[in-house]
Each structure stands twice: as C-alpha cells, then as structure tokens.
Design a protein around this ligand. Structure first.
Ligand SMILES: *Cc1c(COP(=O)(O)O)cnc(C)c1O
Length: 383
C-alpha cells in the first residue's frame, strides 16, 4: 500500500500525516533546544512560544473576537458538561445564589442527552426541544423550542457525532426572545466551518476529533460570563482562573497543545477554515449521494441537518430493513472487506448500530472516494 489506511474512527481520529511526521521529528529535540516538548517546563520560554502561537493561530483561523477567551483545558467534552453549569449557574454579581437556577437544553442526540443529564446535578434542566421521538433524525425547528422564561444558558450540541445531525447554522436566541447565552458543544465539527460568534456565549470542544490528540479541551468563553461560577466549582476548572492565568493556572496538557498547534498550522496551510468547509461539503456530498443512490445502504437523517463530519448509515437486510446489529453476517462481511482495503473503523456507535464514517478535516477526499468505490463493489457482491 502506498498510503496509510484511511481511518474513519469517530475520535480519537485520523490526523494529518504531515503533523505526525513533524511530531516524530521533534520528539527528542524541539527546535534545537535539546528537549522534547513533553520534557519542557510549561512556564519556560520554549513552551510559552508554542502555546502563544497555538492560541494566535486558532484565534485567527476561527476569527475569534477579542471578547472571547480561548482556554486550553482538560476534562474532555463530557468534563465540560459539568464545568459549564459550575461556571454559569452561580450567584450573579450583587445577588445571593438563587434557590433554583434554570438551564435549557435542546436534545438532538446522545451527546446533548448526556449534557442535560450531567447539568441536572447542578441546576434545573428544562428540555426545550428533543428529536428523541424520531430516533434523532431531524432538527427541532427553533421556532418550536419551549425555552424557559429566564434560563441561565441554553445548551445545544451543534454536531451530534453518533447520529449524524448537524445544525446548518446556529440558532439566534435573541430572535427567539431569549437573552441567555448559547452554549455550544462543537467537539466534532470545530474548524470545519466558521463560527457565528455573535450568537455564542460559550463554545467548547474536545480536540480529539478535528484538532489533535485526546487530552486537550478548547473552551471559548465570552468575557461577561466569567463572573458567575458556583462556589463549588474546582479552581482548576474555573473559567475565570484559567483565563486570568493564560491557561496556566495549573499544568496544561502541554504535548496535546503542541500537537493541536501543528494541526492549526496545517489548517492554515490548507487555506484555513473556508478550505476545510469546502472539503467537508465535497466529501459529505459524495458520500451521501452514494448512499442515497443505492438500494443496499440508507441514511434517514433529514437532508437539511445531515452532518458533514459523521455519516451514519445502515446496510439493509433481505427484508429491506436496516441491519442494526454489527454482528449480522452482512455487516460483518462489510467491515471485514473494508478493513482488507485499508478502510478502518466503520462500525457505528453501539447506541445507534450499523455503520458510521467519520470524515473529519484530516480525511482526504481520496479516502472518501475509496470508501464510495468500496460501497459500490460490496453492493455488487450481495444477492
Ligand atoms: C466526542 C464528543 C464528546 C466527548 O468528549 P470526551 O472528550 O470523551 O469527554 C462530547 N461531545 C461531542 C459532541 C463529542 O463528539
């Protein structure tokens, strides 16, 4: 094989090959300083230059406005599910802690479900809308959301990694008559399209889908939201502490930040987020078209909210019904044949069944073309 296998894993996920090569070159000696990045003090001038460049590049790539802090944290996407309420549900300036703080959640898949569950430990949770009733296949129209009268924040997951539902644009809470900040879990599509910052209060993302290795979590926090943490919020997870200390309140995930910085540079070299978006459109359009044109494969997510990053699909059984069970002989044969061609990790999430191709920024168009060819070839072998 002239190239590495194409890895369709949902996260941790495929990385740009040039980034891995660079990291291997730097492993023992970064930039002639005689130390690998893992061995450096996080407060030394070498690492300081690494994190400062990473932050500058990310701000540049995503056009992050000055009123947003970029925080390099740990704890992952699920950690943020607790960190967000602990930071946003405390007493507001000049008031005592309210007995019951209200938060609103829009459920569009497994990750928003998990977020709501975690937030219930810290605040009242109102589910303003949900697509559970139709197996997470549509996006509830914001006009129908039942927002509470004064929620502390409204949480959405802008790309649901498991069921493949993506908001084509962020909801405008102000237009819905709601003044609360929007909190966005954008873990699985960050840097695949521009961010509409005017609609956002807090955005967060684990790095391991589109930005680097697991272990770094990016949080983007608007300035005016730094002063309402709950007293129980651990100081290492307090946005204000992290912001006031340039993500150095405690030791940050230094190697992960370095790797993410290499990915930011790679995205810039590719033409920035606009180029990533064009590539994502090209890849996802080809893949959905192949699925829709076939009688063997199906994806039933509404066309207006199909994810460009995570494409779940099912093989149909002889009765025409989707085969959920990964152990079904047809599914097993599909996965084995894919692996033999160097197409890895196409098995769907256990809660959804079937298949899923995650086609993040680092997946080249050639990888999707190889998958589409395989879809055709496999279909021809089936009765
Ligand atoms: C992967 C993912 C998470 C979970 O992140 P962890 O780092 O495992 O905690 C959260 N939200 C979304 C949308 C994800 O895709």
């Amino acid at each position: 094989m002239q190239h590495r296998p194409y890895n369709f894993a949902p996260g941790p996920a495929t990385m740009p090959e040039s980034v891995l090569t660079q990291a291997a070159r730097d492993m023992l000696d970064w930039n002639g300083c005689g130390m690998g990045v893992m061995e450096m003090s996080h407060r030394g001038k070498e690492f300081t230059s690494i994190i400062e460049k990473a932050e500058r590049d990310l701000r540049d790539l995503l056009a992050v406005p000055a009123e947003f802090h970029i925080l390099f944290m740990q704890g992952g996407g699920l950690g943020e599910n607790a960190i967000v309420p602990m930071n946003l549900c405390g007493p507001l300036a000049g008031t005592a802690q309210a007995a019951e703080v209200q938060t609103d959640f829009v459920i569009t898949g497994g990750w928003s479900q998990k977020s709501a569950k975690e937030a219930r430990k810290y605040a009242q949770v109102n589910v303003a809308a949900s697509n559970e009733g139709n197996q997470h296949r549509h996006l509830p129209d914001p006009a129908t959301w039942q927002l509470s009268s004064q929620p502390r924040y409204v949480h959405i997951c802008s790309n649901e990694t498991v069921f493949g539902v993506e908001f084509p644009s962020l909801p405008d809470l102000k237009a819905l008559g709601c003044d609360a900040p929007l909190v966005v879990d954008c873990s699985s599509h960050i840097a695949s399209r521009p961010v509409e910052w005017d609609k956002v209060g807090v955005a967060f993302a684990g790095a391991q889908k589109n930005l680097g290795p697991a272990g770094v979590t990016l949080a983007f926090v608007r300035d005016d939201l730094l002063n309402q943490a709950m007293p129980i919020c651990p100081s290492a997870f307090n946005y204000k502490n992290v912001a006031n200390n340039q993500s150095m309140y405690n030791t940050p995930p230094t190697f992960g930040i370095y790797m993410a910085g290499l990915v930011f540079q790679w995205i810039k070299d590719q033409g920035g987020v606009a180029a990533m978006e064009q590539l994502a459109i090209a890849k996802s359009t080809r893949l959905y078209a192949a699925i829709d044109a076939s009688s063997l494969y199906e994806n039933k997510v509404d066309a207006n909210c199909r994810s460009r990053m995570n494409v779940p699909f099912f093989l149909r059984g002889d009765d025409g019904l989707p085969l959920l069970d990964a152990e079904h002989p047809r599914n097993a044969a599909f996965l084995a044949g894919a692996k033999a061609r160097g197409l890895l990790n196409l098995k769907g999430h256990k809660s959804a069944g079937g298949m899923r191709a995650s086609i993040y920024n680092a997946m080249p168009l050639e990888g999707v073309d190889a998958l589409v060819t395989y879809l055709h070839d496999f279909e021809r072998t089936q009765p």
